[in-house]
Structures are given as structure tokens and as C-alpha cells.
Ligand binder design. Structure first.
Ligand code: TRP
Ligand code: ZN
Length: 884
């Protein structure tokens, strides 16, 4: 592979395509190392453009061109150009014409898993973002929409099942041969990134569905042979998703068939190809013995996400890749709402915010920060990020908060109606809500264009004599790459004032900035705003940023006493949880500083006691109580540190906090554990899952003292569990704290589950995340395990990815050895699968905030990568931006 000097693509350079491709007829003859792809394209100059349309450059990569015909005549050699990026017709006809190309490709040699590849003998495709060009020559850009007809042919023994997008057409045996064929036709024009084709020996689970308006749909879930008992939950989740989208957004399905195919080699979670979603099997397969509650929830959420793309992504797609958040942010918002309606809304909100803070906030505060809608890129695959997805969803949520649910719903309806069949932009999307709300959205648009996490600082003042209360809010946003200074954004701050009796007070606002008129909503649009309330005789405690109404960092002036008060009285479940988190975080920040300075850390006894009272409150749902028992994450703490992160000090502080729970609240924790025991057969439903989450959160804290008593409980749970959730939670405790007991349990676990690669991923992950410098040696040894393969992204993520991204203690070893190890793996993967390599390299995203000794070692590892030959565009882009 040669080193690309990646060229920068800019949003401002967008031009509509000079040619359109109305239809494409594909004829694909599958064979393991030489698949023949014949494509017939009906092309015409784009009538929206005037004058000479110039040459036609079709994208094409790693294709072997075997033949080329224009309007049925072979094309002369001097009529076209061929290079490693594609095929250019130098002087195409001015009238509509038909181009026929014949290429061969090698699916078995495709380790990048982009284009057509084989996974455990199954042919499958992945075309987003730019994989279709590895199948045939095409205008591989999202604003070229074509009607696809796909004929697939294969040996019956090699691929008894043949699938593509749309509705099934003619199919049958090819007489006198051992081959057969199937034709699929997709009536909905679509961009090439939504194309899919599957061929293989698959098992099928099938059910009938009828849409609200009466369209019968044949629902199919295809899995590898032997996995069919693990597909029922996915089917159920699909049906529930379809009903929900009809209820919540009025969206129905639009084809006769909807298929999901699970494959074991997959770069990401899943892909929304029209009518033929292809999934990482991790997000399809689920059975009580092998999948945890979190796995079930993941399956349900990803099935919903991909299904929801049928409207937000497929019926309305993106004009160009800068608009990626148009489909991803919106679809994440929709899947979050689905899960909130299906399970516990407050718990889902807490989990989403935790994820946002852990991944997106750290991305946004480092060298890889970029706006929700980037203005330039060198490799689009590197922009499927927490910022585009998760912050993109937060932007939609803020929009809904600002304009209210009815106006938001009307804007969505308008969007679907106005842009159905379009390749749209963020401006067009936002214009729908500007219209339904009658508001100027220009400041709100800054959420799409400015990177960085805004900080909102709050100062409060109570004047008992005048009986007034004022809240002053200030917003700032730190500089990010290419954006040294920022403009103020529209930040919705949901709030309430809570009086000394614990009830919300209904105070009259007397300031002029109450623009929206919504009670309980501050619309912060300027750099600084002051609110004044009259008739407030006693100092209230403000509950600010309720339900985490904006993706910002809030710096308020509340005392610990105020937070204890909110933990007891706040009616907003998110902020009640947040009060506990903030107290823990403040303590952890102080303690890690003390640890670094060799001072006594102290112990957070009073905070822990207050949290235990809340967590013991049986009027709350068990899943919510479990969230109360989970301390802030490592990145949460790291983000609060300004002068050099020392991972060992953070770890020491986190351990002290957990041990304070076990030392001072052991009996209560054990009581909670016992009270959450379930006396019924396993079910993955939210209610049971909540009880298990509570029980296992209590167990994890209880065992933080590594006492025999606690380890005995973990051992008993491991030995007797009838489901993977309890078994894995117990195993985690034994592995982290149990020494030899951990090794024994790991051995048994491997023996029991070695037939299930997705379970073995958990086995890899638990070992890779032990917070100990020696874990590096364990990971090196595990790479030799027969169950490991650098060619399977799930294995790589489980062992190497979790070591690099979820084990800050071991990854940040003081001697820098782990940085060197991960850098070597990045280079190894660079040649095999650049996308997975680039993602692994993202583990270095916060290197600049490390204390100097580690920072220099991390820099050296990055520089070594940067200096290597043959870097893919993906890795080159990340390493260059990381070092900039
Ligand atoms: N569009 C997919 C989703 O979010 C994700 C995706 C983008 C993807 N590129 C991919 C999946 C490459 C697999 C491989 O639903
Ligand atoms: Zn998506």
C-alpha cells in the first residue's frame, strides 16, 4: 500500500453532479476470489446545470476492468482514462446514454470489509460511505439517486440464499449447471451507499407484519447456521420498532420485504441498506445464557436505529457527507426516544449523558474535536464520531426543548413531506422548524458549525430584604482546531427554584430576557444573561440544566449542602442523580490532587452516606437506584483536571471512593443486593434488568475491599447464575479483585463458552481491562489465543480496543510500553483494515492533557506512526490531526 497524501474535501466546494444516473442494472456472479460484476448505467447530463458538462469521472477502486461499452459499442482506448481512483469518459455524449462496464473483484482478499467481502463464507457488502466504488464504477456520492435492479448468480452450494435491496423478482436454477440466480428490484431511487447484496448459507427466522395502512411486510432475520435460536429477540425488537415509528412519527415501511442479516465480520454496529440491513452479529444474536441485559438493550436499540433510518437517511438522504448528522444525529435521537418509551426514560437519559460525557466531551476537548457538521475532511470514515452521532442527537433534543413538542412534531412532518426523495442539507432541515415555530434559527445553527463543549457559569444572588433572587448565566466555548474564537449559541437551560420546604416555588420573573415565555426554560442566547425573580423571601436552591437540557459543562455556585438538598428534593430525576455525581466528582478531583502530592486523600463518608440513602429509597425504580451507585467515569474526572492528568492518581481516588462505600455502607449494600434478588425465570425486560443492575452495582462496590466475604458472594453468584448478566458481573469482580479465584473462573468460563465468539469477546474484555500495569503482558499473551484474530473487528475491539480505550491505568503505563504496543497494533491493522486501525488510534485522543512524562511517551508513539511508510488515508488523517 502506498502512502496517500490525503487531499482535503471542503463543504464550501460542494458542486452538484454534472451527470445523473437514473437506473443501474447489476449482474453479479459470485465466486470466492473472482466475482464478476456487470453494470448497466443509464446516464444523462444533469439538466440543472448549463453549458458543457465536461468529462464524466466515475469512482472505482480495486476493480479489474474487463470491458466497457457505450450505447452497446466498445469504447475506444483514447475515449477514456483509467487510474487507481476511477474511470473517466473524456467526452461523453450530450444526450442520455447507456454505459456498460465489466469488472472482476476479489471478495476473499477484502480484509478492509468495505465493498464486497466474505465473512465466514458469507458474501456481504458494506458501501457506506464510499464502498460501492469497490464493487463497480459509479458516481459514488449521496446526491446521485438511482433505481437499482440487481441480479445475483452463484453456485447453489456456495450461496443458497441470494439477497439484495427492494422487492424480490424472478429467481431460479440455471439449467444444466449447479448454479442459480435471483433478481431484486428496488423501486425507491437511492444513493449507492445504501446498496447491499448478500449471498450464503444462512438460517432464516420469518414473521408477518402489517403496517398501519395495511401493507403486508415479510420480515426476515438471517443468521449463520446454528444461531437461529438467538434471533427471536431481534425479530421482536424489529416489530416493536416498526409500530413505534408509526405511533411516534407517523412513518410506515414502504417495501414488501424487510431483511436483517447478521455477519460476524463488521467494521461498525450495523448498516441501514434499503430493505436489507446488514448487522454486526453482536447486535442481533441474543439468548439468556450468552447475552447480558446490556446486550439485549443494545440489540433493541441498534435494530431500532437502523430501521428508523428508512425514513431519516433513506427516504430523505444527505446531499453530501458533511451533512452526515442530518441522518445520524436525528436517527440517534429517534432511537433514544424509542428506548425511553420502551424502558425507563430517566435511566436512559442518564446513560446517554454518561456516554456523551465520556466519549463526546473528551473528543471535543482534544485535537480531534470537530463540529457536528464538519467543514472539511480528508477521510470521511473518520467522522462517524461521538460528535456527529451523540452531540448530533443532543442538538435535535435542544431543538425540541426550545420550540416545544407540538411545534417540533409539526416541523418533522413538514420535513418528511417537503423532502421525501431528496438528498437534503442541515439548512433545509432547520428551515422546516424555523417555519413551524416562526423563529430565527441562526444562533441555533451555531451548534452545527462550532466545535467544543460550551461552559455555562452560573452565579446566584438572593436579597432577602428586596425578596429578589437573581441568576446570572455566562457562556463561553474553548478554542478547538481551526476555531480559535466562538460566538454565543442558543442554550436551553431547563430549571426550577426549590424552596426550603423542598417544593418548587412559582416565582415571577421580572427580567426582559424571558423570550420564549416558557416557564422553567431559560433561553441563553447571549454571552451573559441575568434573570431576576420577585417575591422570593427565602433563599431557594436552583435546579439547573434539568434533564441535561443542553450538552454543556455547567459551573454553578452551589454548596455541598445545596447538592445534598437537591439529592433529597429535586423532582427532576436527572438532576437528583447529577447532584450525587457532582459531589462525587468534586471529591474525586480533590482526592486525586492529594494523591499526586502524596497527601492524605481523606474519605467521602458523608457523601457516600447521603447517596446510600437515595439508593436505598424503594420508591425509585431499581434501575435508577443502580445509576446512583455508579461513580463518575475516569474521563469525567480527567476532564476536570487542568494541569496534567495522572491516571494512577485518578485511579487511587476512585478506589478510595469505592472502598468508602464498602467500608462504611457494607451492610446496606448487602441488604440492597438481597432485596434485588429475582425469584422468577430470566427475562431481559427492563424491570428484571433493573433489579440485576442494582444487585450487581451493589456487589461491585461491596467487593471493592477484596474481602473474602464479598468474594465468596461473587463466587456463589458466578457458580449459580442462570443468565449471562449475573455470571459476567460476578466474573468481573473475581477477575478484578479475586486473584487466583479470578483465574480459575476465567478458565471455566472459557471452557463453557468457547463455542460462542461473542461471549469470548467478553472474556477478552474483562482481562484487558484489569487496572494494573501487568495487563499489557496479559494482552500480549491473549493475542496468541486461538480465539483471537486481527482480522475480526469484534475480537480486535474486545482485546486491543478495550485495553487502549477502557483501561486508563494499563494503557497509560508510566514507561510508555502500552503506547508502543497499541501503536504497533495500529500499524499492523493499517495494512489489514484501515477503518479499524484509525478507530483504535483514537484512544490517543486525550494525550495532550497527560502529565509531562506520559505525554512525551505518547507523543513518541504517535510520531512513530506518523513516520511509518504505507499509511492509509484513515490512519494518516487521525495521526496528523492528533499531533497538530
Ligand atoms: N450508517 C451506519 C449507522 O449508523 C453506520 C456506518 C457508517 C457503518 N459506515 C459504516 C457501518 C461502515 C459499518 C461499516 O447506522
Ligand atoms: Zn445510523
Amino acid at each position: 500500500m502506498r502512502t496517500d497524501t490525503p487531499q482535503t474535501i471542503r463543504l464550501e466546494d460542494y458542486r452538484p453532479p454534472a451527470y445523473l444516473i437514473d437506473t443501474i442494472e447489476l449482474n453479479v456472479r459470485l465466486a470466492p476470489d473472482s466475482t464478476r460484476v456487470e453494470a448497466q448505467l443509464s446516464i444523462r447530463p444533469n439538466p440543472a446545470l448549463e453549458g458543457n458538462h465536461g468529462p464524466l469521472s466515475l469512482d472505482g477502486e480495486s476493480l479489474k476492468l474487463e470491458g466497457l461499452e457505450l450505447n452497446s459499442l466498445p469504447l475506444a482506448n483514447d475515449a477514456y482514462n483509467l487510474d487507481e481512483k476511477g474511470l473517466t469518459l473524456l467526452d461523453p455524449p450530450r444526450e442520455p446514454f447507456v454505459l456498460r462496464t465489466y469488472v472482476t473483484i476479489d471478495p476473499s482478499a477484502n480484509t478492509q470489509l468495505m465493498g464486497l467481502y466474505r465473512s465466514n463464507g458469507i458474501y456481504t457488502t458494506q458501501c457506506e460511505a464510499e464502498g460501492f466504488r469497490r464493487i463497480t464504477y459509479f458516481l459514488d456520492r449521496p446526491d446521485v439517486l438511482s433505481v437499482f435492479t440487481t441480479r445475483i448468480e452463484a453456485r447453489k452450494s456456495d450461496a443458497p440464499i441470494l439477497l439484495s435491496n427492494g422487492n424480490p423478482g424472478e429467481a431460479g436454477d440455471i439449467e444444466g449447471t449447479d448454479r442459480h440466480f435471483a433478481v431484486w428490484h428496488d423501486p425507491h431511487p437511492k444513493p449507492s451507499y445504501l446498496f447491499a447484496l448478500v449471498g450464503g448459507d444462512l438460517s432464516l427466522v420469518r414473521e408477518d407484519f402489517s403496517t398501519r395502512s395495511g401493507r403486508p411486510v415479510d420480515l426476515r432475520v438471517y443468521v449463520e447456521k446454528g444461531n437461529e435460536e438467538q434471533a427471536d429477540f431481534a425479530m421482536d425488537a424489529l416489530k416493536r420498532s416498526m409500530v413505534w415509528d408509526e405511533d411516534a412519527f407517523g412513518r410506515e415501511y414502504d417495501l414488501d420485504v424487510f431483511s436483517i442479516v447478521a455477519v460476524s465480520h463488521f467494521n461498525m454496529g450495523a448498516m441501514e441498506n434499503k430493505g436489507l440491513n446488514v448487522f454486526n452479529d453482536k447486535y442481533v444474536l441474543a439468548a439468556p445464557a450468552t447475552a447480558t441485559d446490556a446486550d439485549y438493550e443494545g440489540v433493541e436499540a441498534v435494530i431500532a436505529h437502523e430501521y428508523f433510518h428508512n425514513w431519516t437517511g433513506n427516504r430523505i438522504t444527505c446531499r453530501d457527507w458533511f451533512q452526515l448528522c442530518l441522518k445520524e444525529g436525528l436517527t440517534v435521537f429517534r432511537d433514544q426516544e424509542f428506548t425511553s418509551d420502551t424502558r425507563s426514560r430517566p435511566v436512559k437519559r442518564i446513560q446517554d449523558v454518561r456516554l456523551l460525557r465520556t466519549h463526546q466531551f473528551s473528543e471535543d476537548s482534544g485535537p480531534l474535536a470537530h463540529p457536528v457538521r464538519p467543514q472539511s475532511y480528508r477521510e470521511i470514515n473518520n467522522f462517524y464520531t461521538a460528535t456527529v452521532y451523540e452531540k448530533g442527537a443532543e442538538v435535535i433534543r435542544m431543538l425540541k426543548t426550545l420550540i416545544g413538542p407540538e411545534t417540533f412534531a409539526a416541523g418533522m412532518d413538514l420535513y418528511f413531506q417537503r423532502h421525501d426523495g431528496d438528498a437534503a442539507t442541515i439548512e433545509e432541515f432547520i428551515a422546516c422548524f424555523a417555519q413551524t415555530s416562526g423563529r430565527d434559527m441562526s444562533r441555533f445553527m451555531r451548534w452545527y458549525n462550532q466545535a467544543g463543549t460550551p461552559e455555562v457559569t452560573v452565579a446566584t444572588f438572593h436579597d432577602p430584604d428586596a425578596a429578589t433572587y437573581t441568576i446570572e448565566l455566562t457562556q463561553t466555548c474553548p478554542p478547538t482546531p481551526g476555531q480559535p474564537s466562538k460566538e454565543p449559541q442558543t442554550i436551553p437551560v431547563l430549571f426550577a427554584l426549590i424552596g426550603p420546604d423542598g417544593n418548587e416555588i412559582d416565582a415571577q420573573r421580572t427580567d426582559a430576557s424571558n423570550l420564549s415565555g416558557e416557564p422553567g426554560l431559560i433561553e441563553l442566547s447571549d454571552t451573559r444573561q441575568t434573570l431576576t425573580f420577585a417575591g422570593v423571601r427565602q433563599r431557594p436552591v436552583p435546579s439547573l440544566l434539568r434533564n441535561f437540557s443542553a450538552p454543556v459543562k455547567l459551573k454553578d455556585d452551589l454548596s455541598e449542602e445545596d447538592r445534598l438538598f437537591l439529592l433529597r428534593h429535586d423532582a427532576d430525576p436527572f438532576n437528583r442523580w447529577q447532584a450525587a455525581q457532582t459531589m462525587m466528582l468534586d471529591w474525586l478531583l480533590g482526592a486525586q490532587r492529594n494523591a499526586r502530592e502524596d497527601q492524605e486523600m481523606g474519605a467521602p463518608d458523608s457523601i457516600v452516606a447521603a447517596i446510600m440513602v437515595a439508593a436505598g429509597d424503594t420508591t425509585f425504580d431499581p434501575a435508577y437506584r443502580a445509576e446512583l451507585l455508579k461513580p463518575p467515569s475516569f474521563p469525567d474526572v480527567a476532564q476536570g483536571i487542568v494541569n496534567g492528568v495522572d491516571p494512577d492518581a485518578i485511579h487511587a481516588a476512585m478506589e478510595r471512593m469505592r472502598q468508602t462505600f464498602s467500608a462504611t455502607q457494607g451492610a446496606v449494600l448487602d441488604e440492597i443486593r438481597a432485596s434485588a434478588e429475582i425469584d422468577a425465570p430470566y427475562s431481559p425486560d427492563a424491570e428484571q434488568a433493573g433489579l440485576r443492575a442494582l444487585k450487581n452495582a451493589a456487589l461491585a462496590l461491596l467487593a471493592s475491599d477484596s474481602s473474602d466475604a464479598a468474594l465468596d458472594k461473587a463466587q456463589a453468584q458466578f457458580d449459580s447464575a442462570d443468565n449471562m448478566t449475573d455470571r459476567l458481573a460476578a466474573l468481573g469482580v473475581l477477575v478484578q479483585r479475586g486473584g487466583n479465584r479470578g483465574s480459575q473462573a476465567l478458565k471455566r468460563f472459557y471452557d463453557d463458552f468457547q463455542r460462542y465468539p461473542l461471549v469470548i469477546d467478553k472474556w477478552f474484555m474483562l482481562q484487558a481491562t484489569v487496572p494494573d500495569a501487568d495487563t499489557l503482558d496479559a494482552v500480549r499473551a491473549l493475542m496468541e489465543s486461538p480465539a483471537f484474530s486481527m482480522r475480526n473487528p469484534n475480537r480486535v475491539r474486545a482485546l486491543i480496543g478495550s485495553f487502549a480505550a477502557a483501561n486508563p491505568v494499563a494503557f497509560n503505563r508510566l514507561d510508555g510500553e502500552s503506547y508502543g504496543f497499541v501503536a504497533e497494533r495500529v500499524l499492523e491493522l493499517n495494512a489489514l483494515n484501515p477503518q479499524v486501525a484509525a478507530r483504535l488510534l483514537g484512544a490517543f485522543r486525550s494525550w495532550k492533557t497527560l502529565e509531562p512524562a506520559r505525554r512525551e511517551k505518547a507523543r513518541a508513539a504517535l510520531e512513530k506512526i506518523a513516520a511509518s511508510d504505507g499509511l492509509s488515508r484513515d490512519v494518516n488523517d487521525i495521526v496528523t490531526r492528533s499531533l497538530a
